[in-house]
Design a protein. Structure first.
Length: 111
């Protein structure tokens, strides 16, 4: 089946082929480990972001409560609450109008 020349070439390059096979297996294992580390880092990053958001939300609630208490002491709570409500209603109406316009433009350009 093999001639002497082929057999001697095989024997000569067998260690190199073995080394390549082992190196390939190590590279695959390394890539898998790097993916695991990347996934772990992403989870840690998301956890930190959630914690930051939670802290910011708590701080905003505290600030709003303090502002409301101060306005109640000054007797301007109802007036300022009404102003904020009107401002938010206007903002929402404008945002909805912009979103509907953008959606209509997108629908027209996609056809």
């Amino acid at each position: 089946m093999f001639s002497r020349t082929n057999a001697s070439l095989f024997i000569k390059y067998a260690p190199l082929l073995g080394l390549l096979a082992v190196s390939s297996a190590h590279a695959d294992n390394l890539v898998e480990r790097l993916n695991q580390v990347d996934n772990s880092l992403q989870k840690a990053h998301h956890s930190v972001q959630k914690t930051k958001n939670s802290i910011n939300n708590s701080q905003n609630k505290f600030d709003n409560t303090q502002r409301s208490i101060q306005e109640a002491k000054e007797g301007t709570y109802v007036e300022k609450r009404t102003e904020r409500s009107v401002k938010n209603t206007k903002r929402k109406a404008v945002d909805n109008l912009i979103n509907r316009s953008n959606r209509a433009i997108r629908d027209i350009t996609n056809t």
